[in-house]
Ligand binder design. Structure first.
Ligand SMILES: Cc1ncc(COP(=O)(O)O)c(C=O)c1O
Length: 455
């Protein structure tokens, strides 16, 4: 049996070899690799297995069947890679195996997380007094922020929603854009605020809320804005709406899963103007900060509202005088995801973060230019890292998307934008190089012309 030291060295070596293979392999796993996953469809072993053999089995059958999202040519969804420092921190933190919920259970991760939060607020130019919880992703960040909003609005009406729920509570109005992300609607449904009782404000050609159609707001209203439409990357008119909402004492929540990172890049300042005047912000770190899955942040201006919605008390849960991480999250026990956020920010610094965001945006612009110059239509204004491209009619576009995925040079997903099929390109990884972009454009053009020729 290997020692734990040898086993961890073996795991690290296998991980490193895996990363080395990514530039040379198909981004989507090859069909034989998927077939080989059959080895996992086995009954629970009766007897123990040597840990080294367990690892070997995972690597032999699992690694080839992964999608190469950690490589430089994955442009699906909005995924992001893992920065070297963040990945290495993840490995170390796994060895620590800390329960990051309580200071007394993990002073180290509580201190690191508190610094990660301070740095995040600074990098994004959000008020330093904001509170935040480190959650699994933007879905839970939306949930956590909206729970704080629900608390705050009902508390003003002298209704204790945590104690009594929503039965008999004063009504809350929720206003969203027609292009609201499904995760915000899911959060509303989980909170008893209902996904279908929202007021949906029509959006423009880029998916931005039309400010002139926003209904009158009041102190019992949550206005959900978006920084970064999942298809186009567009931003709602935040500056205009946030002031109107604040004057009405409405709560402004911003779903900025990936788009909020624009606040770290000075050249994108115009998009994000006014964002710091909102009440809460949902942010993903596993997207554009490029930390390993899973990692999101729920940021809230009113610390008391967030704590009231999230904190619990029990005699055995010792409360210190410092920030108790679990007072800001739905979870009690959880992994120390703040460690990777800290490591990513420590390794990038302010300038490195700005450069990463800006570089990916520049690459998105290059994709758009390369495809447009070849005669294909770009369906969105490329203001951030998202590109929507049509290769002709819907059928032709769908065939090209399938062909690009099968070709394996890169990976892009499909979507429907304003009734038209489109290929979505999201540039969100530190690992993407200019060569990756050129190789991918060439592959897309090759597939598009072969697909058209084969019609
Ligand atoms: C705008 C927006 N909000 C929320 C989410 C959900 O994020 P997660 O998958 O991390 O829960 C996404 C994911 O793409 C998104 O783009």
């Amino acid at each position: 049996m290997m020692t734990i030291i040898d086993l961890l060295a073996d795991a690290a070596a296998r991980g490193a070899r895996y990363l080395e293979t990514l530039p040379k392999r198909s981004v989507a796993p090859a069909p034989p690799a998927i077939d080989a996953l059959r080895v996992f469809y086995q009954p629970l072993p009766e007897r123990p297995t040597d840990p080294a053999a367990v690892l070997q089995q995972l690597d032999n059958a699992g690694s080839p069947a992964t999608v190469a999202t950690a490589g430089g040519r994955y442009f699906g969804f909005v995924i992001g890679g893992s920065l070297p420092a963040a990945l290495a921190a993840n490995v170390l933190a796994a060895a620590w195996d800390q329960n990051a919920g309580l200071v007394i259970a993990s002073p180290a991760t509580a201190a690191i997380e508190a610094t990660a939060l301070r740095w995040l607020l600074e990098a994004l130019s959000l008020p330093a007094s904001c509170a935040a919880g480190f959650v699994t992703g933007a879905t839970m960040a939306n949930f956590t922020c909206l729970a704080a909003a629900r608390h705050s609005l009902l508390n003003r009406a002298e209704w204790d929603v945590e104690a009594h729920g929503l039965f008999g509570a004063p009504a809350i109005t929720v206003v969203v854009g027609d292009e609201v992300h499904v995760s915000a609607l899911k959060a509303l449904s989980l909170l008893g605020l209902g996904r279908d009782r929202v007021i949906r404000v029509p959006t423009d050609a880029q998916g931005r809320m039309r400010a002139e159609l926003v209904p009158p707001l009041d102190e019992r209203t949550i206005l959900c804005l978006q920084a970064g439409n999942v298809n186009t990357g567009a931003f709602d008119p935040i500056a205009e709406l946030v002031d109107r909402a604040r004057a009405a004492r409405a709560w402004v929540h911003i779903d900025g899963a990936f788009g909020l990172w624009a606040a770290a890049a000075p050249a994108r300042a115009a998009l994000i103007a006014g964002v710091e005047r909102a009440d809460s912000w949902a942010l993903d770190a596993h997207k554009w900060l490029n930390v390993p899955y899973d990692s999101g942040v729920a940021i809230c201006r009113d610390e008391e509202a967030l704590r009231s919605a999230m904190a619990v008390r029990a005699a055995y849960l010792v409360q210190g005088v410092e920030r108790e991480p679990s007072a800001y999250t739905p979870e009690l026990s959880r992994r120390a995801r703040g460690v990777e956020v800290w490591a990513a920010l420590a390794s990038l610094g302010r300038s490195g973060l700005a450069e990463l965001i800006e570089r990916n945006c520049r690459m998105a612009t290059r994709f758009a230019a390369g495809l447009r110059d070849a005669g294909y239509e770009i369906l969105n204004d490329v203001v951030l890292n998202q590109v929507l491209v049509s290769f002709g009619d819907d059928e032709a576009t769908r065939r090209v998307v399938a062909g690009v995925q099968e070709d394996g040079t890169c990976w892009c997903g499909g979507t429907v934008w304003h009734g038209r099929a489109a290929m979505r390109i999201s540039v969100s990884s530190w690992a993407t190089t200019d060569d990756d972009v050129e190789l991918s454009i060439a592959a897309m053009l090759r597939v598009a012309s072969e697909t058209n020729a084969a019609r």
